[in-house]
Design a protein around this ligand. Structure first.
Ligand code: FE2
Ligand code: FE2
Length: 259
């Protein structure tokens, strides 16, 4: 049901990977819970299909009113369509790009998000979440146009996991999201089609690669499919850095009035 990606002392990262199973048409997606003592954060909580299991999973670690933050990489339905329910069940603020700050309330009943949305500036931020001696850091790294116009990835400096949102996503029948990928080559067919169509341009991928390469990344945990560890981390950065995608591949042929 849930997979522990990291645990050391009172710090843990948990992935919920199979929550879309009952959804039929819905794409498989991962939700992440970061635990720090008796508080924590939820990353990309997902849509209504994911809500129940994630809420129960979180409650096993700390009571809902202790949730320090809800973090959204961007504003797609598989990222935060369950926002209304999280606004009701917890007191946590939502961190999302300023680009989406005034769009996200559309997922909720009127007034539900009042005073609870924190718009992240394009430059990102080292967030300090929680209170007192349970304070923890989470870095919001700019990942704009990968794929959304306002897009963040979240880096946990304790576990050294990079929660990469849709970048690094993998899909397909041969995929087991619970099995981390250690070598990239055999995994590329599960990623290539998605990245070519959903990522905006190679220019942005190159800028992203240059930003993350100096970071100590133990794992890249995407919002769809399997996490990448070991050699696969560097191999993934090298792979996307040279990938043509999005507007690199679009031309006049893609903009014709359908017959
Ligand atoms: Fe998305
Ligand atoms: Fe997604």
């Amino acid at each position: 049901m849930s997979i522990e990606l990291f645990r050391q002392d009172r710090h843990a990262c948990v992935m919920f990977a199979r929550l879309g199973d009952e959804g039929g048409d819905a794409v498989q997606s991962n939700q992440f819970l970061l635990v720090n003592g008796s508080t924590g954060a939820i990353l990309d909580p997902g849509g209504n299909i994911a809500y129940h299991e994630l809420y129960l999973g979180m409650s096993a670690f700390f009571p809902p009113h202790k949730l320090a933050a809800i973090l959204a990489s961007h504003a797609d339905p598989d990222i935060i369509a369950s926002l209304d329910r999280w606004m009701t069940a917890t007191e946590a603020p939502v961190y999302i790009s300023r680009v989406w700050e005034r769009f996200a309330p559309h997922f909720c009943k009127p007034g539900k998000t009042a005073g609870r949305i924190v718009g992240l500036p394009d430059a990102g931020e080292r967030l300090r979440l929680g209170t007192g001696d349970e304070r923890f850091e989470l870095w919001a790294l700019p990942a704009h146009f990968l794929h959304a116009e306002g897009n963040f990835q979240f880096y946990d400096p304790v576990s050294r996991i990079l929660f990469s949102g849709d970048l690094g996503a993998s899909m397909g029948v041969s995929l087991n999201p619970e099995q981390a990928v250690t070598s990239l080559a055999a995994h590329i067919p599960r990623m290539e089609g998605f990245h070519r169509r959903y990522m905006v341009s190679n220019k942005v991928l190159r800028l992203w690669a240059a930003m993350v390469r100096p970071l100590d990344i133990q794992m890249i945990a995407p919002q769809h499919g399997a996490p990448m560890v070991g050699a696969a981390v560097g191999e993934f950065i090298d792979w996307v850095e040279q990938l043509a995608c999005g507007i690199d591949l679009f031309g006049a042929g893609n903009y014709r009035v359908p017959g």
